[in-house]
Design a protein around this ligand. Structure first.
Ligand code: NAD
Length: 248
């Protein structure tokens, strides 16, 4: 199987309808052992149990460097090593440029960008030691087209930062056998977007998407599976759009 016995850490993976949980589920069906990280320990543990036996759930706020290090240590202690990290945790705020207060900027860049840096820093020493690893970073179409329906300019900026950070890590870590790639989802129906999408709005949005529908979490999970597995062994620093053709 593609991810046989690989230990895969996925941040922000407790949300029931989220991209992280769908990715964890898909990875598990391909043989991976999963560490679900999220803000709440109980929810993370429940999500891990939901995926099946042998997986673990831990509390980890990715904006806290020490918490990221502690989580990585506990995962290695309980599952033996870390082969894959998916930096998926993210938040958005639908603000316009003049509505962004300093605390909005901090909150959004902290989770999306700082969190990607901190969690990567927590796993890189171990991956370096074993001479292999794959890191997948969750950016967004908002970074590429300057905003989406739900993300403000600070979200676009943070997700653009994720793309730059991922490319820089790919360049620096390639010689250590560590690949780093990004995924840029379009409009995916999850808790971030779900509640705000009326049936009329969905029809309207779908008209602007060549594949004629909004995305589902599994669409993104499949791209993550490709980038996490040896199917992408010679790919690093790449960006995969998962947006139904929205940018064509
Ligand atoms: P979601 O809200 O369902 O999941 C996000 C998860 O991140 C939640 O479980 C939340 O608890 C967790 N989280 C938030 N702050 C955290 C922190 N500080 N530390 C650890 N975990 C934290 O959203 P989703 O739509 O599944 O989003 C997943 C990722 O995909 C995000 O990075 C998001 O920006 C990105 N994305 C989503 C869409 C979309 O349309 N849904 C589009 C492009 C990109």
């Amino acid at each position: 199987m593609l991810l046989n016995d690989r230990v895969c850490v996925i941040t922000g993976a407790a949300s029931a309808r989220g991209i992280g949980k769908a990715t964890a589920r898909l990875f598990a069906t391909y043989g991976a052992r999963i560490a679900v990280l999220d803000l709440d320990a109980g929810q993370a543990e429940e999500a891990a149990r939901d995926i099946g036996p042998g997986h673990i759930g831990l509390a980890c706020n990715v904006t806290d460097r020490a918490a990221c290090d502690r989580a990585a240590e506990e995962i290695v202690a309980r599952l033996g090593r870390i082969d894959v990290l998916v930096n998926n945790a993210g938040i958005t705020q639908p603000l316009k440029i003049m509505e962004i207060a300093p605390e909005n900027y901090d909150a959004v860049t902290d989770v999306n960008l700082r969190g990607t840096l901190y969690m990567s820093q927590a796993v890189i020493p171990g991956m370096r030691g074993q001479g292999s690893g794959a890191i997948v970073c969750m950016s967004s179409v908002s970074a590429q087209r300057g905003g989406g329906i739900f993300g403000g300019p600070h979200y676009s900026a943070a997700k653009g930062g994720v793309l730059g950070l991922a490319k820089a890590m790919a360049r620096e870590l390639g010689p250590d056998g560590i690949r780093v790639n990004s995924v840029t989802p379009g409009l995916i129906q999850t808790d971030i977007t779900g509640g705000k999408l009326t049936p009329e709005l969905k029809v309207e949005i779908a008209k602007g998407i060549p594949l004629g529908r909004l995305g589902v979490a599994d669409d993104v999970a499949k791209a993550c599976l490709f980038l996490a597995s040896d199917l992408s062994a010679y790919i690093t620093g790449a960006v995969i759009d998962v947006n139904g053709g929205m940018l064509i």
